[in-house]
Design a protein around this ligand. Sequence first.
Ligand SMILES: Nc1nc2c(c(=O)[nH]1)N[C@H]1C(S)=C(S)[C@@H](COP(=O)(O)O)O[C@H]1N2
Ligand SMILES: [Mo]
Length: 368
Amino acid sequence: MHNPRVAVSIGRLLASCLIVCFLTGLYSHYLQEPASWMSFPTRPVWLYRVNQGAHVATGIAAIPLLLAKLWVVYPRLFELPPLRSAIHGLERASIAVFVGASLLQLFMGLLNTLQWYPWPFPFRETHFFLAWIIIGSLLIHIAVKLPLIRQHWRRARDGAPAVIDTAVPARGWSRRGFFTAVGLTVATVTVTTVGQSFSPLQKLNLFAPRTPSKGPQGLAVNRTASEAGVLSSARSPDWRLQIKGPRAVTLTLSELRQMPQFHARLPISCVEGWSQNADWSGVRVRDLLDRVGARAGSGLRVISLEPSGPFAQTEMGPEFATDELTLLALRLNGEVLDIEHGYPARIIAPGRPGVLQTKWVRTLEVLA
Ligand SMILES: Nc1nc2c(c(=O)[nH]1)N[C@H]1C(S)=C(S)[C@@H](COP(=O)(O)O)O[C@H]1N2
Ligand SMILES: [Mo]
């Protein structure tokens, strides 16, 4: 098993997972921290849901693949002499960086799906930084190994001499047994966690931390009203929606209910890896923008009743603010919004991460 052919077979599966994970991670990162020139698609409405589901699924699948790859190549770790040439040194250094960063990255990501942040540094920035380190060192590794990868991309044909690394004597596992075990492990971890975003497999969701449909009104809750400190402010009869723009407008809940109501079926897609569709209804955000005379192409800042916290304030670009499906939702799945889901009013927009679907909205501020 400790030979280049097996290393290439496992390596290309691992690399595919990591590349999908990297690209979907970049998309998620930039949605949350866009550069000023960035604009995002709002259709299909489930784009971010699939993006995030694929990110978490490929990240989880990469864990057994990385362990298998390490097991296949570990005899190389002790090869002598440790440094043969400059290229060899670069190769070993890039592998050391790659292995260290990947182990940390996958472990951090896994803990993140459990909503557990036991480190003192900010998760997203660190995860983003490590991702570049991993992709950089992976590209170096692939470039250095390209001749070997080419040579072993296909199984050795009958008669052609297989190149076998003799560092470890052949015993124990059969190669087929090894591939079967790795394949079964990857399939098992995927099938028992992917139900947190892929509804048809929700019943098999044994290890993912959340069941997206369990919660008030058939939808999971990430941050509760009591954790956010809004229990009394959200229920207060004095609640008003403030809209700040060229004009300033204040609306009561019953005034909002008297405006034209629209319906949208949109998912909550949490960056922590669960997602669930729901039926929302309420006022179109673009109608509210018109009320205050906002100019076409304006973005929007959304401010929650939540006194502090990373999601107490969010922003959306004009592509989301003016989309006909972007609502200030007042109702969920046919009922008045539960306080856990953002009563009296919350934002729901197509194609965005859950962290940006601000609950318990207090103020909308038009951005120039
Ligand atoms: N004000 C505020 N809104 C928030 C949050 C928050 O912490 N504060 N959490 C967000 C996150 S991380 C998610 S996934 C969704 C969850 O929405 P739900 O509880 O209605 O399912 O709400 C978002 N809206
Ligand atoms: Mo979330």
